[in-house]
Design a protein around this ligand. Structure first.
Ligand SMILES: Cc1cc2nc3c(=O)[nH]c(=O)nc-3n(C[C@H](O)[C@H](O)[C@H](O)COP(=O)(O)OP(=O)(O)OC[C@H]3O[C@@H](n4cnc5c(N)ncnc54)[C@H](O)[C@@H]3O)c2cc1C
Length: 462
């Protein structure tokens, strides 16, 4: 590779704060809000024109349950619950609708954008939209400033503590933190909104639980020049005859790499049109299938992961290991999308299912197959300890989001938004405590982090 030398230049300091959060999905926003509520001066930087990341600009408008698997005890609260409640207060039909099994919250992504604006403004967080993180300045193990670019040109933001909530871990990359990739990296999906319901298209056919478009795609993949695939779609509360569609994946791309990310966007849009054409030909003839809106960037599930003091372990999760520094409680299954084997779910109750790209579903019991007892009470939620977020080197830094240090299966469970929302909140609390106690992130009392977090409603230690 050829190189040129960039001339050194003076960069203006555009802002100074206690806590600087880079990346404004709910993970980043919740980190910012929790730190601000504890008294920190906070700045947040987001590349897009609005907050919410995959939940809004990626159009993925589903948060999983706040309850344990018995649906008896609430295990998730904090800002996730606060936002869902605010949807309820406005108009039940645009947020917080539950699906048939009562285990998910569907919301209108535009409403979420507005709620996140409101939360940040209310907590007096300094906001930079249309602003891209581009580099970092360190003094030994301490970060001094980040460089950002926006309509003002290049500027620096100085802070006492930094949170990387970029999803891919752009700050971790520039800090040279040891990273790894899952052997089976979960593929991205290009999400879009389309007018027209397909439910009546396969009336009378036993779909074995798979989605109508999955069934049609598998019958006609060759005709439309796409791979066999599986996916899902859901209506958006309050909007009639409009489906949010994550019906296809883009395979064999690494979205942490610029060329592949570009390729993925273009291939994702091609597949979006395939779904439209497939439904126009084989869908319900009474429906008018038309594209209405698409994500402002492809939904990336998985790229790089960065090492911390402790890797999240899928067996510890699924066996319900508890920790006194628990910062996250969750129930979402180990959910792995794989190009060859299809989609698989491992549940806390010991069972699993695998749906291949022909729509065949296989059931089993991972506990029995792996030699764990099956005649004991099953855990109804899992936990993640604070040390999973603590890095080895940088003293005023946490990475929060899907770059998390987890084995491939633990990542399959932890990657969902109700979980990352809690990791965001924990990062904001830890940032505040590190500043307030004048300690490095490594010196923080993890139990104090967990307790302070639960005072704000999250990861109740109950
Ligand atoms: C198609 C799809 C379907 C999914 N379905 C579900 C589901 O139903 N329910 C669920 O809970 N989870 C689901 N997930 C998983 C979940 O959405 C993601 O794992 C989660 O949103 C990742 O959150 P994050 O905060 O790490 O990253 P992101 O949501 O990607 O947020 C990163 C943010 O950082 C910003 N950013 C990135 N780089 C920079 C930079 N250099 N400078 C400034 N800003 C930057 C981005 O613009 C973005 O706003 C799905 C994921 C996909 C892709």
């Amino acid at each position: 590779m050829a190189f040129i030398t960039e001339a050194p230049k003076q960069v203006p300091v555009s802002h100074e704060a206690d806590v600087c959060v880079i990346g404004g999905s709910c993970t980043g926003v919740f980190a910012a809000v929790r730190a601000a509520r504890l008294g920190a001066k906070v700045v947040i930087v987001e590349a897009q024109n609005s907050f919410g990341g995959v939940a809004t600009n990626g159009l993925v408008c589903v948060w999983h349950t706040l309850l344990d698997t018995d649906h008896k005890m609430q295990v998730i609260s904090g800002l996730t619950e606060e936002v869902l409640n605010s949807f309820d207060e406005m108009d039940h039909s645009i947020g917080n609708e539950k699906n048939v099994s009562g285990d998910s919250h569907f919301f209108n992504p535009i409403e979420l954008k507005c709620e996140l604006d409101r939360l940040l403004t209310q907590e007096k967080v300094k906001i930079y939209l249309h602003t891209y993180y581009t580099g970092i300045s360190c003094d030994g193990d301490k970060i001094d400033a980040v460089f950002v670019e926006n309509k003002d040109g290049r500027g620096a933001i100085k802070a006492k503590f930094f949170i990387d909530a970029t999803g891919d871990g752009d700050l971790c990359r520039d800090l040279g933190i040891e990273r790894f990739e899952n052997k089976k990296m979960q593929p991205p999906s290009y999400v879009f909104l389309m007018q027209g319901d397909e439910k009546k298209a396969c009336e009378g056919i036993n779909l074995q639980g798979s989605d109508v478009v999955t069934h049609l795609l598998n019958l006609h993949a060759e005709e439309f020049g796409v791979e066999r695939d599986w996916g899902w779609a859901t209506p958006i509360p309050g909007l009639d005859n409009l489906m949010m569609r994550a019906n296809t994946h883009v395979f064999n791309v690494h979205c942490g790499k610029a060329d592949d990310l570009t390729k993925a966007e273009i291939e994702g849009r091609r597949k979006m049109r395939v779904v439209r054409d497939l439904l126009r030909k084989y869908g319900d003839p009474a429906e008018k299938y038309s594209l209405v809106n698409d994500c402002s960037y492809i939904g990336v599930r998985d790229t790089y992961h960065y090492k911390t003091k402790m890797q999240a372990d899928s067996m510890e999760l699924l066996l319900g290991t508890s920790y006194d520094d628990c910062i996250l409680r969750g129930t979402y299954n180990v959910d792995s999308h794989d190009s060859k084997e299809g989609i698989s779910f491992m549940l806390l109750d010991g069972t699993y299912t695998v749906e291949d790209s022909y729509g065949n579903i296989r059931h089993g019991n991972w506990r029995a197959e792996r030699g764990y007892p099956t005649d004991v009470p099953m855990p109804t939620f899992y936990q993640l300890p604070f040390r999973n977020l603590v890095g080895e080197k940088y003293t005023n830094f946490i990475a929060a989001g899907r770059m998390l240090n987890a084995d491939a299966s633990a990542f399959g469970a932890l990657r969902v938004m109700v979980n990352l929302n809690q990791i965001g909140e924990a990062s904001g609390v830890a940032a505040y405590l590190a500043i307030h106690r004048n300690k490095s992130v490594q010196e923080l009392d993890p139990v104090e982090v967990a307790r302070t977090l639960s005072k704000g409603g999250s990861a109740n230690l109950g």
